[in-house]
Design a protein around this ligand. Structure first.
Ligand SMILES: *Cc1c(COP(=O)(O)O)cnc(C)c1O
Length: 381
């Protein structure tokens, strides 16, 4: 195969990243921390509309450092969206707590507020302590935060938003990442903007973010020698990578625009396919919802598509060296979380069964799209 690979979501470096990195080199700020870290944190705060942000080594570490100030420990439970990447749930287990998984609703594909309330009532009736709720804005689509917040407030449980995929998304003009007591962003290589690897923890609680910064730098007490009265972590972002992040932030609006344009292109393509008797469906924006369209995803129910499945499409693309991927396999179906409680029905399970993520990078070219559509034509001929 010598056709160039078309990736699901490849990094897209702009024009100013190198300037920031160069500045870090010239001033010898190569270590963790430094002026770019502070600048990147300010950029994030201003963009999302939160008072405090800590730049960290990953989105996973951000979720972990949100659980610690909330006092999550063994015997506690944390309610987590099941339909997500495992990094949403793993930090719960790092703390020795139990994840309780919640199904999705079919509008946004995110946490179902009524299954959430069922879980709270049932687990509390068993005497369980629920310390946090983790909704996810999957593929950039905002979760139903008003309803989720209503339930969370009714029972006095804090929200940690997993906004790893949703930087640039808004819900009634408020940014994803500004709804919860805490929020986590990711700047992994495949996300809408990247520092090659990185993340951020966001909150309006200054004390909590200070504590997160302290824990992220090995929990050193104030003393000339190394003294520790807490277990610490090495979770901070380096000044060099934060320089990449500052350049990427300047391009964020362009990246969102490009990914939304990808979505519209697929939408138009499949409108024509559907007019020939197929029924390919999308993750649609409800009124007031604005998705960054990190990934464009389709639902391919074989019963509505003359037997064509998401796998037939994925394999056709793979034959042309084009990467596509099934939607996230829900956590309650994962071998490692087999024993964890789950509340809801089969929405997430069905999405996994029939859903496919299509190439969605902000740097896809017209030629890339020609190849993608040619390959899809062979399936829907
Ligand atoms: C990418 C991602 C994470 C983890 O972020 P990393 O920076 O890779 O640690 C967490 N949750 C979701 C939903 C993600 O997509």
């Amino acid at each position: 195969m010598n056709k160039k690979k078309i990736w699901l979501s490849s990094p897209h470096i702009g024009s100013s990243e190198l300037r920031y990195v160069q500045e870090a080199f010239e001033t010898n700020w190569i270590a963790p921390l430094g002026p770019h870290v502070n600048g990147f944190e300010e950029d994030i705060q201003n963009r999302v509309g939160v008072n405090h942000a800590a730049a960290l080594s990953s989105g996973t570490s951000a979720l972990h450092l949100a659980l610690i100030p909330l006092g999550v420990e063994s015997e506690d439970e944390v309610l987590c969206q099941s339909f997500t990447f495992s990094a949403s749930a793993n930090p719960i287990v790092y703390q020795g707590a139990t994840p309780v998984f919640i199904d999705s609703e079919s509008d946004t594909w995110n946490m179902d507020p009524s299954a959430l309330e069922d879980a709270i009532v049932s687990r509390q009736a068993l005497g369980k302590r629920i310390k946090a709720i983790i909704p996810v804005h999957l593929y950039g689509m905002p979760a139903k935060m008003d309803e989720i917040k209503f339930v969370a407030e009714k029972y006095g449980i804090p929200i940690i938003e997993d906004a790893a995929e949703a930087l640039g998304s808004t819900l009634f003009d408020k940014n994803c990442g500004a709804f919860g007591e805490f929020a986590a962003l990711s700047f992994n290589g495949n996300k809408i903007i990247t520092t090659s690897g990185g993340g951020a923890l966001l909150s309006n609680d200054e004390g909590a973010i200070q504590k997160a910064r302290f824990l992220a730098t090995q929990a050193r007490d104030a003393a000339p020698h190394y003294q520790h009265s807490h277990i610490g972590y090495n979770y901070r972002l380096s000044n060099v990578l934060a320089g990449i992040g500052r350049g990427q932030m300047e391009a964020l609006n362009d990246r969102v625009q490009a990914r939304r344009a990808n979505f519209n292109r697929y939408k138009e393509y499949f409108a024509s396919v559907n007019s020939r008797g197929y029924k390919i469906e999308f993750q649609e924006e409800l009124e007031g919802y604005f998705s960054n369209r990190w990934l464009t995803c389709i639902l391919v129910d074989p019963e509505l598509n003359k037997g064509i499945s998401r796998e037939s499409i994925r394999l056709a693309l793979e034959r042309e060296n084009i990467e596509a991927r099934p939607l996230w396999k829900p956590m309650h179906m994962q071998p490692i979380f087999k024993g964890s409680p789950f509340f809801g029905g089969k929405v997430a399970e069905k999405l996994f069964e029939i859903g496919l993520c299509l190439p969605s990078g902000s740097n896809l070219t017209d030629q890339d799209f020609d190849r993608i559509f040619n390959s899809l034509d062979s399936v829907f001929s």
